[in-house]
Write a protein that binds this ligand. Sequence first.
Ligand SMILES: Cc1ncc(COP(=O)(O)O)c(C=O)c1O
Length: 453
Amino acid sequence: MATVNRERLAELLERERGEHRRRTSASRAAFEAADHLLGRVPMTWMNKWSGGYPLYLAQAHGNRVVDIDGNEYVDFALGDTGSMAGHSPEATVAAVTKRIGVDGGITTMMPSLDAEWVAAELTRRFGLPLWSFSLTATDANRWALRIARMVTGRPKVMAFSYCYHGSVDETFVIMGPEGTTLPRGGNVGPAVPVSQTTRVAEFNDIASVEAGLAHGDVAVLVMEPALTNIGIVLPEPGFLEACRELCTRYGTLLLIDETHTISAGPGGCTAAWGLQPDIFVIGKSIGGGIPTGAYGITDEVAAAVRAHAEADLVDVGGVGGTLAGNVLSTAAMRATLGEVLTEAAFAHMVELATSFRVGVEQTLERYEVPWSIAQLGARAEYRFVAPAPRNGSESAAAHDDELEEYLHLFMSNRGVLMTPFHNMALMCPVTKRVDVDLHTELFARAVADLMGA
Ligand SMILES: Cc1ncc(COP(=O)(O)O)c(C=O)c1O
């Protein structure tokens, strides 16, 4: 197996940083002039882009992005899934333009006829009969956790080490020695220590799930069916079924968050793998880029909610928000689900992601590089370790800032954008085979340069 020569990597990184600065001087100038923004960006995460400053957006259509220096990119980042439907998809743009420009009423605290259509479509895709909307998947998770605590009368949540479910306090956990719950590094101002709210488990380790649930104080196990926020970690055979069975046995609700894993298909992993969540959360992609989120619950959970006559779901009980479920986002979801993220679109996206994965695998084999790539439907991600990590802690240990920056800049300097938080590539309905082929060729060149081949 070949190992990475760190000196060579440092040289290549300097070369790519120099090229990045040369190509993106307008973006750099805009960043340096942004004196009134915290971290010089409208949202602090935008500083995650490689190269020291973000590319500033001029235009984005389909899977193409143009920055303010006039550079065009094939976009495999797609807003880290928010634009999985492609940038400004025609049907979504037409629906929201009609809604806000012709019919009017962006936010009124009144429903339109779109909401029931969307909820029925979510039921058709994911199975849960009752839905409520938020503006982000973060909020959908937060509200769902409240509901779970109320209906079970239990105080705690279980989450997997290195999971991510949005900025949800209870989920910023990693596993410490002997299964202890530790806060993830850098947690900003938690209200209470996370060990008070959460029991941690390790993905693909059913014994750790059982050990936590056996305490009898866990209201809900919140999980992605495959981890997607610490690389992609796929479930091993039987793991998801065992989680369902243990939740039932210990009286814990199962919350499946498919905000990213909808990449598996039109009904996410839930439909593809026959999962049976009590609560389901989704967001990002289903509004075609317009802010939205949703949670769905079973009839049993709904009955338990109704049994709590004291629970204030229609005012300030901690669930809901004035902008949530607005007619702009429901119009966007109707168009996106109805016309853009269709079964045919998924078939195309999954086929391309498969080619993407195979292209990367061929290069890894050719140069005997000890990395791995995992695919979940329309998304694929490489990780600097082989075999592929089995859980969040193993995957976190494989992180390599310098390698990641080198590959990101190598790609962006040649017109390809990867997701800044990951080495992730997502296909959208208008991604083309030539776009994937371009990545395959660039990845081979980047690795050849690195290995001195
Ligand atoms: C699995 C999962 N759930 C929830 C969220 C939060 O989504 P949002 O940023 O829209 O609140 C994310 C964001 O990356 C996510 O990956």
